[in-house]
Design a protein around this ligand. Structure first.
Ligand code: ASP
Length: 437
């Protein structure tokens, strides 16, 4: 047993999860208490001052790492694969699983929406106009696959062109003999350094989460009533069902691993996804979780996690499926079976085209609505409750990425089961110095 696991299993110190949970609960309490206090100073100095600064700094710190981490980690991963045909096989399996789970997600959502009818009997006449933007077309997406200027792609944080660039460099490293070996060892050193930084930033998460949640609790509206409450509860219910049923089933069927361990190890990543509402910003934490806690090798994870954060959004698909049924019912519009099938395809495409940033799912819903002829102002109605759903669906989005990573890693013989089966593997505790993340 290593020194690290001895410290962890002795139970000394709170785990990072517990500390983040305390930050979250304290944030809700402080936010609600501050709502009751009079005076402008609370808004000016605390909500839009201190808490905004701390919360943003925390999200910035995570986002700061995304581009360098994805680039470097993926170059290491692709160059370690050795054989470009392995990359093709890996890509095929990953895409197939991402599409399969998103397909199940939207089907579950539409079925629930049609059975529960959350929008039946709603009065939507007071809706205000909502101006949404649209998703890029397929041609635009394809052309953008290869960046003309990789530095610009990095500056703009465009994930897919960065992934393509990193894969090409990684493959070229394997072809470049001695120069390739030297280059690879430099990138591997960089990768270790950045993963350390991820650990350091995770240590600070409880404060960041506290600030973000205090602001949220203070500013949250009281829109949760009537039909909207049914809509919110239905989306949350299907999100939970998808994680508890679809993911655990796919994981157990394809890998025979214990799904309870998988769910338990996802906690820290869930808390990050929940507080940031961004799969992209959570990439460093997801990557650390699948490598250090679930045992997936960097060769697989460096590819599947950033790709998943961009193209695999089951939680978003669930929200979009239920929202479509909800708004159609609320306006008394009967959609045909063909229209519902169109919704399934559009939702899967929207989840592929969307970047994992806050609120993007609701914006892309405008495209879905336009295609099947639902009123755009319907979106304005669900906008008020979307923030909380965004947090929950982002947690589901990254769970799908981690589950598929585990399955693909196992199928490629790149999953260390001794790490997967060790409940303490990769746990961060507050009595450890950040030097051992
Ligand atoms: N916030 C989500 C994510 O980053 C995307 C969305 O549904 O808005 O995964």
């Amino acid at each position: 047993m290593t020194e690290h696991t001895q410290v962890s299993s002795s139970g000394k110190g709170l785990s990072l999860n517990s500390r983040i949970l305390i930050g979250l609960a304290a944030g809700i309490a402080v936010g609600l208490i501050l709502r009751l206090l009079p005076g402008d100073w609370i808004n000016v100095w605390l909500i839009d001052g201190l808490f905004q600064v701390v919360g943003r700094l925390f999200i910035n710190a995570l986002q700061m790492l995304v581009v360098p981490l994805v680039l470097i980690s993926l170059i290491c991963g692709a160059s370690a694969l050795g054989d470009p045909s392995r990359l093709g096989r890996l890509g095929g399996k990953t895409l197939a699983l991402y599409l399969l789970t998103t397909g199940i997600a939207v089907t579950l959502a539409l079925t629930a929406g049609l059975l529960v009818k959350p929008g039946a009997g709603a009065d939507l006449t007071s809706a205000v106009e909502y101006v949404g933007s649209t998703a890029p077309s397929l041609v635009e997406v394809l052309i953008a696959l290869i960046p003309t200027n990789p530095i610009r792609a990095m500056a703009e944080g465009s994930m897919i062109p960065i992934i393509v660039f990193a894969l090409l460099i990684g493959v070229s490293i394997t072809l470049a003999g001695d120069a390739g070996k030297r280059t690879r060892s430099i990138f591997e050193d960089f990768n270790d350094v950045i993963m350390r930084l991820v650990g350091v930033i995770m240590h600070l998460a409880p404060y960041g989460v506290f600030a973000l949640i205090t602001r949220l609790a203070f500013t949250a509206g009281s829109e949760f009533f009537g039909n909207l409450a049914i809509y919110v509860l239905l989306v949350l219910g299907i999100l939970v069902l998808h994680v508890m049923f679809t993911y655990t089933l796919v994981l157990s069927l394809l890998t025979r691993l214990n799904p309870v361990l998988f769910l338990r190890k996802m906690w820290a990543a869930w808390l990050f996804a929940f507080s940031t509402a961004s799969s992209n910003a959570t990439i460093p934490v997801t990557l650390r979780t699948v490598e250090k806690r679930l045992g997936a090798d960097n060769k697989v994870a460096s590819f599947t996690v950033p790709l998943g954060a961009t193209i695999n959004m089951d939680g978003t698909a669930i929200m979009q499926g239920i929202a479509t049924a909800f708004i159609a019912q609320a306006y008394g519009i009967d959609l045909s079976v063909t229209q519902y099938l169109t919704v399934v395809i559009l939702v899967i495409m929207a989840s592929i085209g969307a970047a994992g940033v806050p609120g993007v799912g609701i914006v892309l819903l405008a495209t879905v609505f336009a295609q099947v002829g639902l009123p755009q102002e319907g979106i304005a109605l669900i906008l008020g409750v979307d923030r909380i759903l965004d947090m929950a669906r982002t947690a589901v989005n990254i769970t799908g990425d981690a589950m598929v990573t585990t399955v693909v890693a196992k199928s490629e013989g790149e999953l260390d089961e001794s790490i997967y089966n060790d409940p303490e593997a990769g746990v961060i505790r507050d009595d450890e110095s950040p030097a051992h993340p």
